[in-house]
Design a protein around this ligand. Structure first.
Ligand code: SF4
Length: 328
């Protein structure tokens, strides 16, 4: 794995679409075939006689709409994390942490094989693929509610049981608490979550025709739905980026990396601190990258700094090593 990736690594797809200086040269040479000029000497004589040069025209299909589509439907990771250089321009004179671009590229490199639990069992993977769009949104919200203080594997297993049982607002409302409890056990705080999920389901039936609300504000008014859940829900259920989803992994890692101007105490403080400097085009995937990174390498208790591509530039790792040296 490369320790430091270049910005160009991320821009390949765009560069290949929009071209570079070399592409311009290639384009010029390609274009020259449209001119009916056989050799230099004949060109000179043609010029002297002031004879008009004939230009062959070929109708070319307007493919700009196809390019637009291609960009739109590119793999979301490539699309949304496109060019860090572009992001730097957006920042201007704002405060930003040292080496953040390199650190982020290194994290992406470490995450490229998608082997973390979140990759296969994150909330975005918890809905029934055969469900309607409305029911899918409900299941995504339910998975998010179950996921707080719970490992992805446990949330995913509970959701599979719920889906087999029937995971719609109507079914959940009609399910006795003890039955629902058994279905979602052993997710963290399962007793409280039974209450929240049932109350939320009733509100969704009464106010939203069984769907979930489409605004951040309304989502946060639902019992058991906090800012982190609401932001992630907006993204995975409605495909809208309203803010950075900051959970304990993102909170911990951002503090270790010094991605907050001063240490923060809560995920919500971290979210606000991050949103002050991190370019908006990088918000959508930050949670996904950092959660997986936190599950595999930057662990809560014993981070695997020796395996980490950021070990030489991470402030936390440096501190740790200085401490070890002092002790030794
Ligand atoms: S060097 Fe250690 S603390 Fe720093 S990001 Fe890597 S694993 Fe986390």
């Amino acid at each position: 794995m490369n320790k430091k990736l270049k910005f160009n690594d991320l821009t390949t797809s765009r560069s290949s679409q929009f071209g570079s200086k070399n592409d311009d040269e290639r384009l010029l040479s390609t274009t020259s075939k449209y001119f009916d000029i056989t050799n230099d000497s004949s060109r000179k004589s043609e010029r002297k006689r002031r004879v008009h040069v004939k230009i062959k025209c070929e109708e070319t299909e307007d493919t700009s709409h196809l390019i637009d589509k291609q960009i739109k439907y590119e793999d979301s990771q490539n699309e949304k994390d496109r060019d860090v250089k572009e992001a730097v321009k957006e920042i201007g004179d704002k405060w930003m942490p040292l080496n953040w671009e390199t650190i982020l590229e290194n994290i992406k490199e470490m995450r490229k094989n998608k082997t973390a639990p979140v990759d296969k069992m994150g909330c975005h993977k918890c809905a029934d693929p055969k469900a309607s769009a409305k029911v899918t949104r409900y299941q995504l919200l339910t998975a998010l509610m179950l996921s707080s203080q719970t490992k992805d594997q446990v949330t995913h297993a509970a959701m599979q049981k719920l889906i087999s049982y029937g995971c719609t607002p109507e079914t959940i409302v009609g399910t006795p608490d003890d039955v629902l409890g058994k279905l979602i056990y052993p997710v963290g705080f399962w007793k409280t979550k039974v209450k929240y999920i049932k109350k939320t389901s009733q509100i969704l039936i009464d106010k939203y025709d069984g769907d979930i609300p489409k605004t951040l504000k309304e989502l946060q008014l639902l019992p058991g739905v906090g800012p982190k859940m609401a932001h992630i829900c907006m993204q995975i259920a409605w495909d809208e980026v309203s803010g950075i989803g900051v959970d304990t992994h993102v909170h911990r890692i951002c503090n270790r990396l010094g991605w907050v101007k001063k240490p923060t105490k809560t995920p919500e403080e971290t979210r606000m601190a991050l949103e002050e400097w991190l370019p908006k085009n990088l918000w959508s995937n930050l949670n996904y990258f950092l959660v997986g990174f936190g599950q595999e390498i930057c662990l809560p208790r014993f981070p695997k700094c020796e395996e980490c591509l950021n070990k030489d530039i991470c402030p936390f790792s440096k501190k740790d090593r200085t401490r070890k040296k002092t002790i030794l």
